[in-house]
Ligand binder design. Structure first.
Ligand code: NAG
Ligand code: NAG
Ligand code: NAG
Ligand code: NAG
Length: 377
């Protein structure tokens, strides 16, 4: 297996598919299989690699990461905690549904239903938004949580409960809450989250909003909109609202794109772009490049306005964050380890978090951006 993959990697270098080259590199280095959202994001990249190439090797490898490791034969999810309500843990549900759609095997449906049932018990804010986590973050909605839970909620609903208007209303409400409480209508960028009870140390006493725009959280939200818009029923009015959230954010990102690098700052709110300690962060930059490219493909963004900045963003990713190792594998650099509203949410906090190499959230997002890029060619 290893020898075959290495040969494959060298071939990829010649034809410069960065998607398959990155996919092959992670297979070569090995990926510890978990049901965490980082791995889930990387696996999204493998779904893209398969969509681009139809190479069954990717499916075989991916199956080895999921079967008996995450999804057990009887449809249980390994180590699932039925009384722990954390949106981050639900993201793997999307990947499980990919397997269900591909195989129609009952175990995947059962496993997805475990997560769907958990949503029914998940604690909510007074206006119906899912808490980011119980007990840690009461009444808080974070942009990250939208990607973690609501893409899955929409996917599950589209497959098994598509005519349930209450469910679609509920899904749209999550995005409505985020837009109403976190978007700056001048910049069209969104702060990291808000506390509906206004009790968190960082919460604005009037609006409950967090103070800063942390780029990766915006990236998760941007990607989730693209996952959910195509699933939303045409007749539901929430669909138009979601498209509005997507296009206004796409526009805000255009103004926030760094002229020199084509990327985006870790902290995007004024006056921090270019400030000491701030830097162009690779996971968010990959998410935004991906979002623009996919937005163009879906007809949500105009080619005239976005193709050029998207090309600049994508080239910037390749030049700054993709590194070729001596053994001809690729590395992904420059992804921040974490950004959490369990902190004091200050500029000092966000910029004190270290960078990691070969981060699954960063590399997975780069693979998705590469998929869109290579599809266009
Ligand atoms: C599923 O299988 C696992 C491992 O064999 C076991 O621990 C678990 O209790 C089973 N769950 C159900 C619902 O049967
Ligand atoms: C419709 O969706 C809502 C919200 O998710 C859920 O509570 C309800 O049980 C669903 N109704 C049916 C008939 O499945
Ligand atoms: C909204 O964004 C503008 C432009 O970046 C900025 O000047 C303003 O301070 C922001 N408002 C808030 C409440 O952060
Ligand atoms: C916020 O937390 C950071 C460390 O995460 C610390 O360096 C900084 O002093 C704190 N700022 C305030 C105002 O508490």
């Amino acid at each position: 297996m290893r020898v075959a993959i290495l040969a494959f990697a060298s071939g990829a270098a010649a034809s410069t598919s960065y998607l398959t080259w990155m996919a092959d590199s992670f297979i070569w280095h090995g990926v510890k299989a978990t049901s965490g959202y980082g791995e889930a994001t990387l696996y999204d990249g493998y779904e893209a690699a398969y969509a681009l190439t139809s190479n069954e090797m990717y499916v075989a490898w991916y199956r080895g990461q999921i079967d008996d490791v995450v999804v057990l034969n009887n449809g249980s999810i390994r180590d699932w905690r039925y009384d722990f309500y954390s949106l981050d843990n639900y993201r793997i549900g999307n990947n499980i549904l990919w397997w269900y759609e591909r195989t129609r095997q009952a175990k995947y449906r059962k496993a997805a239903d475990v997560i769907r049932a958990q949503l029914d018990r998940h604690p909510r804010t007074p206006t119906g938004g899912f808490w980011h986590r119980q007990p840690n973050y009461p009444n808080q909605m974070w942009l990250d949580g939208i990607f973690m839970a609501d893409s899955f909620y929409a996917k599950w609903t589209s497959l098994f409960d598509a005519k349930n208007k209450t469910a679609w209303d509920d899904i749209a409400r999550q995005y409505d809450n985020i837009d109403a409480h976190t978007r700056n209508h001048t910049s069209n960028l969104l702060v990291h989250g808000y506390d509906e009870s206004k009790k968190a140390v960082w919460a604005d006493p009037v609006t409950g909003a967090a103070p800063l725009v942390w780029s990766r959280a915006v990236g998760w939200y941007f990607m989730s909109l693209l996952e959910v818009i195509p699933l939303f029923p045409e007749s539901h009015r929430g669909r138009e609202r979601l498209i509005g959230y997507f296009t206004t954010l796409a526009e805000g990102l255009k103004r926030a794109q760094d002229e020199k690098s084509g990327g985006w700052w870790l902290i995007m709110s004024e006056p921090y772009p270019g400030a000491q300690g701030n830097y162009i962060e690779s996971s968010a930059s990959a998410m935004f490049a991906f979002g623009w490219l996919k937005g163009i493909r879906l007809g949500l963004l105009s080619v005239d306005e976005y193709a050029e900045p998207a090309q600049k963003a994508y080239n910037g990713l390749v030049e700054q964050f993709m590194k070729i190792n001596d053994d001809d594998t690729l590395n992904w650099e420059g992804t921040v380890q974490v950004g959490s509203l369990s902190s004091n949410a200050t500029y000092q906090y966000y910029t004190s978090v270290p960078l990691t190499e070969n981060d699954h959230r960063g590399a997975g997002s780069f693979m998705l951006a590469s998929y869109e890029w290579e599809r266009r060619k």
